[in-house]
Structures are given as C-alpha cells and as structure tokens.
Write a new protein. Structure first.
Length: 134
C-alpha cells in the first residue's frame, strides 16, 4: 500500500472515530440540558437532540472529507504524522467550535425561557408544544 493512501486512511478513520465519539457523548448528555432548556418537554427535546445529531454528523463528515484534500501530500512517514496531527488538530477545533456554538444558542434559549416563565406554550393540532412566543 502506498504510504500516502495509508496516511489518508488513518486521518479519515481517526477523524470518523472522534466524530462518532463526540456525537454520542453530546447526544447522551445533551438530552438533559435540552429537556431543561425546553421547560421539561422531553418529546421536543428528544426530537431536537436527534436533529442536532444528524446535523452534527453531516457538517463534520463533510468538513473531514473536504479537508482531506487541503495541504501538501505527505511523502514519508514523518510528513504523514505531521499531516495527520495537523488535520486532527483542526478537526478537533472545528468540533469544539461547533459544540460551543450550540451551547451558546441553547443557553440563550434557556435564558429566554427563564426570563418569561409565564408565557403560554402554543399547542399544535396533535397537542405538542410548538413555539414559545415572547
């Protein structure tokens, strides 16, 4: 096997593993935060949590695949290790940035809910909560 192909495969597999691990961790632990942010509405929290998971996978896998082509092609093992560490560092920063962006938005959503606790929840045809209007 060509050294470059092995290095690209290693980058992709490690990035994929990191993405899956982070996604599962955020999905599992984020549920509690979402339930609290959505006034205890577990059904909506689970739905939002699942949608966030799908979006997280799509954005991160797209970034990982597009980012594979960026940079100089490694020609030996030392360059390959540097290539992988640089790429994984950037992927990790992107994952962290996405996490903080989501946490910031949920904290704002929770704060809005706490600032207006007496606002009625709009009910849909099926009786589910649709929106909190300020």
């Amino acid at each position: 096997m060509n050294t470059s192909v092995g290095i690209y495969a290693a980058y992709f597999l490690v990035s994929l593993g990191m993405t899956i691990w982070v996604a599962r961790t955020l999905h599992k632990n984020g549920r509690h935060f979402l339930v609290d942010a959505l006034d205890g509405n577990a059904e909506v929290a689970d739905s939002v949590n699942h949608l966030l998971l799908v979006g997280f996978y799509l954005v991160n896998l797209g970034f990982i695949l597009l980012f594979l082509r960026v940079g100089e092609k490694p020609e030996d093992l030392v360059q390959g290790i540097e290539y992988i560490s640089t790429k994984l560092g950037i992927v990790t920063l992107v994952l962290g940035g996405m996490h903080f962006f989501n946490m910031f938005n949920f904290a704002r959503m929770r704060k809005r809910g706490l600032d207006h606790p007496s606002l009625p929840m709009a009910r849909g045809a099926a009786g589910g909560d649709l929106d909190r209007t300020p």
